[in-house]
Design a protein around this ligand. Structure first.
Ligand code: OGA
Ligand code: MN
Length: 295
């Protein structure tokens, strides 16, 4: 039976049925899912009791794996997962929730800010695939915003004003906005700002998107306060409820999103209880700007 996709939101988000992600995909299935991603930008799969290896194999249907280095402050030897997935849980290597004053925990709280994955990398991520292994009892919904619909709804004057703007993105900007300001010299090197267009065009269908993220902290040719006010206004516009879908997790849901045309955030949850979420990330293929190091 071919896969089926039911649209869940006025602008985006498809709920997929008729596929088992623990098994290798057929060519038709992989093609239908990629086409679904282009169209819906977020796809929801229920009841996928998947291993780390199966999740990684599923992700590799859509491109290469993104190297997780440089995306966190966890040292490789302290990492809980060894299979190449990004650990988006609140757990330490001992499998228990991280203590409230843990530096890793405080850094990870940045995921509660609206963002696009890896916008702090010179070549930012294409798709993210997040699997729910343990659902937290309180809070922890993940929200998605359709950045194509948000772009379309801007007035023509704003569209013209921002068309060629270039932003600087860094993990130090997103974490800094929460008051997390202490970095080692090594982390400062790793988190050096990169450049991203503020408006990007999707390679498959050519629709434009607002390319916003909490990692954006400056705009070239503008003062920082002016740039941040503009970014705040655009973020406020783009995350109005009209453009937002709220996902309430069930065990073994797998949610896949296109970072080129959406933003997302996780809502606060009970940090004394486990929340085990694991992400496979598909690398992007091109920078949004011919890169120059932004010092
Ligand atoms: C992510 C992320 C949100 C969540 O995996 O990139 O931001 O719900 N996760 O944990
Ligand atoms: Mn994320």
């Amino acid at each position: 039976m071919p896969i089926q996709i039911k649209q869940l939101h006025r602008h985006f988000v498809g709920e997929v049925s008729g596929v088992d992600l623990t098994k290798p995909l057929t060519e038709d299935e992989a093609r239908d899912i990629e086409a679904g991603m282009d169209q819906y930008a977020v796809l929801i799969f229920h009841g996928q009791d998947i291993s780390d290896e199966q999740q990684m194999a599923f992700a590799l249907n859509f491109g290469e794996r993104e190297n997780p280095r440089g995306g966190n402050i966890v040292k490789p030897q302290d990492s809980r997962l060894s299979t190449g997935l990004n650990d988006v849980s609140n757990l330490g290597k001992d499998g228990k929730p991280l203590p409230p004053d843990s530096r890793v925990h405080l850094f990870n709280l940045g995921n509660c800010l609206w963002h696009s994955d890896s916008s702090f990398r010179p070549v930012p991520a294409k798709f993210s695939l997040l699997s729910a292994r343990v659902v937290n009892p309180k809070g922890g919904n993940t929200e998605f915003a359709d950045m194509r619909a948000a772009y379309d709804a801007l007035d023509d004057e704003t569209k013209a004003e921002i068309e060629d703007m270039i932003c600087e993105h860094s993990l130090m900007y997103s974490r800094g906005s929460l008051g997390f300001l202490d970095y080692t010299e090594e982390e400062k090197q790793l988190f050096k700002p990169v450049l991203q267009r503020l408006v990007r065009t999707h390679p498959a269908h050519g629709r434009k998107s607002l390319y916003l993220s909490s990692h954006a902290g400056a705009i070239q040719g503008m003062t920082v306060p002016e740039a941040r006010l503009l970014l705040r206004d655009l973020n406020e516009h783009a995350t109005q409820s009209e453009f937002v879908y709220v996902h309430k997790w069930a065990l073994h849901d797998l949610v896949m999103w296109d970072n080129r045309q959406t933003m997302h955030r996780v809502r606060r949850y009970d940090q004394s209880q486990p929340r085990d979420m694991r992400r496979a990330t598909v690398a992007g293929t091109a920078p949004t700007v011919a890169q120059q190091a932004a010092e």
